[in-house]
Design a protein around this ligand. Structure first.
Ligand SMILES: [Zn+2]
Length: 337
């Protein structure tokens, strides 16, 4: 079977993905995340399009929008933006940290089987326009299943246990990769072991933010050794650390032979997107960090890390098909939350 990637406009062969950043936030409507941090809102369609166009002009081919269902995801906008710009967008189902949902969210209300069914059907049938009792599905499908790992992981509380079980069941059933947010000190090895109980191998896991959550190269090598994808997305995120510190980690991993397990991304917010007033944009990796890597003798790894690796990491393992979503099927880009 030819491996494919599920984008919001249909399934594409892995060779068509191009340069890909595997954890961005291109769209995010105002809601609970914004109440926690005003950087967490990108709801201006034209500005987000401007970012995508700049990304494409710099050579970008695809991005993963890492906001899952019900926490401000703008599924319709992603599909419309992908048609408008030609950039492939891979959407997420699954769940984020619990404080990103209102108390009456379906995330807390529904039982495990219902949530597993929702996450599965968002990959196989189509996404909900919002997470709130909205029955009308879009044709656009999610291609990745997100999970959020706090310090105590699956065992943080009963609500998380239920969500992890639902997400793992959906990942096992659909063959979609698991994209994991890791909080400070959260343990990727524990998640790998947990997913193993569902017969999900470590190479189906994209481990995000470990470059700020667990800054310890020995630990990184251990996680990479398991086969998981190491996503470095704290690049130029100066509130955590500078690029020199980030580069030391990247260099150490490449020297240890793990270039084939690495991914790069920016985990954008409105404070990291030029069209929203920031001093950098979605094109930062392709325009500036590439030069930074070249100046330090590692520019030759960029294509592997940003083209070849994402194509493997983001691919769906089963049941993919030809492109099928018609542009006319996209209803509107106004979210219904
Ligand atoms: Zn994120």
């Amino acid at each position: 079977m030819q491996r494919r990637i599920r984008t919001v406009t249909g399934d594409i062969p892995v060779e068509e993905l191009g340069w890909c950043q595997t954890h961005e936030h291109l769209f995010l409507q105002k809601g609970k995340p914004y109440e926690i941090d005003t950087a967490l809102c990108m709801d201006d369609f034209d500005r987000s399009i401007e970012e995508l166009n700049a990304y494409k002009a710099a050579g970008g081919g695809a991005i993963v929008d890492a906001q899952p269902v019900g926490s401000g995801r703008m599924a319709g906008a992603m599909a419309e933006a992908s048609y408008a710009t030609g950039v492939s967008i891979i959407a997420c189902t699954g769940f984020h940290k619990q404080n990103f949902y209102y108390e009456d969210s379906f995330i807390f209300r529904e039982k495990e089987e219902t949530l597993a069914g929702l996450f599965t059907s968002e990959v196989t049938d189509g996404m909900l326009p919002s997470g709130r009792d909205e029955k009308k599905r879009l044709e656009a499908r999610a291609g990745v299943i997100k999970v959020a790992v706090e310090k105590n992981g699956v065992r943080t509380n009963a609500a998380y246990e239920k969500l992890f079980a639902a997400a793992a069941a959906a990942a096992a059933k659909t063959g979609a990769p698991v994209l994991a947010h890791f909080d400070k000190d959260a343990d990727a090895l524990a998640l790998i072991e947990y997913l193993g109980q569902y017969n999900i191998p470590a190479n189906r896991l994209i481990a995000c933010h470990l470059d700020r959550a667990r800054y310890d190269i020995g630990y990184h090598r251990e996680v990479a050794q398991s086969g998981a994808w190491m996503e470095y997305d704290t690049i130029n995120r100066l509130k955590y650390h500078d690029n020199e510190k980030e580069f030391k980690l990247i260099q150490g991993m490449i020297e240890a032979g793990y270039a084939g397990r690495m991914l790069f991304s920016l985990d954008t917010t409105n404070k990291r997107l030029r069209a929203y007033g920031a001093d950098m944009g979605l094109d930062y990796l392709l325009k500036e960090f590439t030069v930074y890597m070249q100046q330090r003798g590692l520019g030759g790894y960029m294509r592997q890390i940003m083209v070849n690796n994402p194509a493997q990491a983001v691919a769906i393992q089963k049941g993919t098909e030809e492109k099928r979503t018609a542009a006319s099927a996209i209803t509107h880009h106004v979210p219904l939350m």
